[in-house]
Design a protein around this ligand. Sequence first.
Ligand SMILES: Cc1ncc(COP(=O)(O)O)c(C=O)c1O
Length: 329
Amino acid sequence: MLSNRGETYAVAGLANGYLGHLKAPFDKENKEGVFLMQDVILDYIRTRAASGLDRTSLTYHEGPFGSRRLREAMAKLITTYFYPASPITSDNILFTSGVTSLNAVCALCLTDPKDGILLGDDPFGPSAVIRYEEAFLKARDEDGVSVRALLICNPHNPLGRCYPRETLEALLQFCQKYQIHIISDEVYALSVYEENTSTDGFISLLSIEPANIGVNPALIHVLYGMSKDFAAAGLRLGCLISQNQKLLQAALSIRGCLNPTLVADQGGWAAELDLSNRLLQIGVRMSSGYAYHNEVPGWFRIIFSVEMETLEEGLSRIVKFYLSSGGSS
Ligand SMILES: Cc1ncc(COP(=O)(O)O)c(C=O)c1O
């Protein structure tokens, strides 16, 4: 027996296109099948990316939200191609398995049940704000729905158009006026025709300085990933880019499968977290029971399937730490 929504998904058949016979990869001889730029990408991954892999790429050690190397590489890419108004570092970025799952993460972290997210059709001119505002007010005043965010797709799928700067600014100001978040799915950012001079081309929401138009940067969130510009959808890599540390923290918690209700109710868990952090400072990672939904604080998980020397070193650090803090921790 599934949940009600599980039953709906089960009959929706949204993945049917992926089932059954797979399409053949592109065959240069008979020009059939699917061609993107996968040969180029595969060659790059095999020769450049894979050769730089190290152990951290295979572990959770730098977080189940992307290794620091990956997040730093993405920060560099964003800085180069999105022209962010404020510096973007690895601390502003977290990865999940694709932009699709980030939509769920954003919805979970920004809305409560029965809240709404605004989505638009034909939304490119600044007058879009009038229609968004109408929808916002109708939802609030007639339907009793609190709209908590506006979601845009820039460059747009399926229309392929980029939002002009003045529209983006108007949307930002609209979000500021009603204190709602703006989420910009920019997964197609670099897949635009450069020779098109009739528009400004792609302008990232990150490139607009919010302070100049009186907007709180904590309301602005961008989604990006490898599926489109890198023709690598199978890698399942998507990232959230935000200056909102609270949202990032919330998303990290969900990413690590923590129970959000426990986060609000810390109590003895705070001491456990503190101990975890202090152990981390001496190079010992001991996962807290909290992270695994344990019922009472004070339990830790330790991985001992490492080389004996490593285990002994870790244990001796814990003992030294315990003794140096008066055996009280
Ligand atoms: C606008 C847009 N965002 C996100 C996705 C999916 O991204 P991902 O493969 O990272 O889940 C798609 C896929 O078609 C898309 O069109």
